[in-house]
Ligand binder design. Structure first.
Ligand code: 5AD
Length: 349
């Protein structure tokens, strides 16, 4: 089916509304040239060629979950587990601030060893010393903790569904609670967090039909941050023999998401890079507007092995940031050191 081509993106401040059939046809590559050029234009108009940088600190790779795709699943005894101390975390945050970035992302496995109070203390400390936006990506924590962290000054929260298909979710994330995770996303929004979610493209068992509905669900939630990246098989997981996902399909997803959610922040994920050198950069021309270089201390960063190829670099953070900035500039884009808040609310009717 031919895709309806809107005559303008920015001037009307309207989100493009695609039907299920249109999304499906775009996912299957029926109109790549149109899709990618519209997504590029929409991204450039919205963000003035700027790419927001986030410094991410992956402070613990302990995880209580059993996700079949992830190398950090609790059953994986081959990974060396680590937990950073508050001091180590705050040192990493200091270097993010010193290099001038506007946002720190604190991420870990679902590790309840870090109590709600301890995370609150970290947030308070960061806000006391730095003018940084704080994004949390700490998994399924209690509503009361999410509330306390918001009060302490956390700005944003990322909680990826990985898929919105109930049956596929159950196959990939045993013992995880689908409804509670969706409820948590809505609760985060009600607390005033800039809220994000996302999907893994080409998860084993994911069809184009599921992916099209995932894109619809993600967009219906009216989120500030949307993420997609290709599945990468990890040899120490039950999905070891499943085929890797496609970078091109992930690009189609980010482009469709951009057109449906013009003001949202959409990262070019590192799984793109792990799959195919150059695919992450290319994503910046296909709807993505955020890059998140890792500031996890190199002595442990290699153990944050969600999928193979993650955090391979052993160069110092400053050097890697420089490289990322050069990549961005090579594409005629501008690395931005601002907070880079979501622009979604400009579109909400
Ligand atoms: N391939 C690609 N992405 C993965 N993630 C976890 N495991 C994989 C994998 N095997 C993504 C999930 C998670 C994020 C931190 O990494 O989306 O939320």
């Amino acid at each position: 089916a031919p895709v309806t081509q809107p005559t303008s993106v920015k001037p009307t401040l309207l989100n493009t509304v695609f039907s299920y059939a249109e999304i499906l046809s775009l996912l299957q590559g029926q109109d790549d040239e149109w899709l990618f050029s519209r997504a590029k234009l929409a991204t450039e108009l919205e963000f003035n060629q700027q790419v927001y940088l986030r410094g991410i600190v992956e402070f613990s790779n302990h995880c209580r979950n059993h996700c079949h795709y992830c190398g950090l699943r609790t059953e994986n005894r081959q990974v060396t587990r680590y937990r950073l101390s508050n001091e180590e975390i705050l040192n990493a945050v200091d270097s993010i601030a010193e290099l001038g970035l506007g946002t720190v992302v604190l991420q870990s496995g679902d590790d309840f060893n870090y109590s709600g109070n301890r995370i609150s203390t970290l947030i308070t400390e960061i806000k006391r010393h730095h003018n940084l936006a704080i994004t949390l990506s700490l998994g399924d924590r209690k509503h009361q903790e999410l509330e306390k962290w918001r009060e302490a000054g956390a700005d944003r929260y990322l909680l990826k569904m990985e898929t919105f298909d109930r049956a596929l979710f159950a196959q990939c994330r045993p013992k995880a609670n689908f409804d509670e995770r969706i409820a948590r996303l809505n609760y985060l929004k009600s607390l005033g967090y800039q809220t994000g979610s996302g999907i893994i493209v080409d998860l084993p068992g994911m069809t184009d039909a599921i992916l099209a509905r995932d894109i619809q669900h993600l967009s219906e939630l009216q989120l500030d941050m949307l993420a997609c990246g290709p599945f990468i098989a990890h040899h120490q997981t039950p999905f070891t023999t499943s085929p890797n996902g496609s970078a091109l399909k992930s690009h189609r997803v980010s482009a469709i998401l951009r057109l449906m959610n013009p003001g949202a922040n959409i990262p070019a994920t590192s799984s793109l890079d792990a799959l195919d050198k150059g695919a992450r950069e290319q994503a910046l021309k296909r709807g993505c507007n955020v890059i998140m270089p890792s500031f996890t201390p190199t002595k442990v960063s290699g153990d944050y092995s969600i999928y193979p190829g993650k955090n391979q670099q052993q160069h110092p953070a400053a050097e890697r940031l420089n490289q990322v900035c050069q990549q961005i500039q090579r594409h005629g884009l501008i690395p931005s050191f601002s907070r880079g808040d979501s622009k979604r609310t400009q579109y909400v009717s």
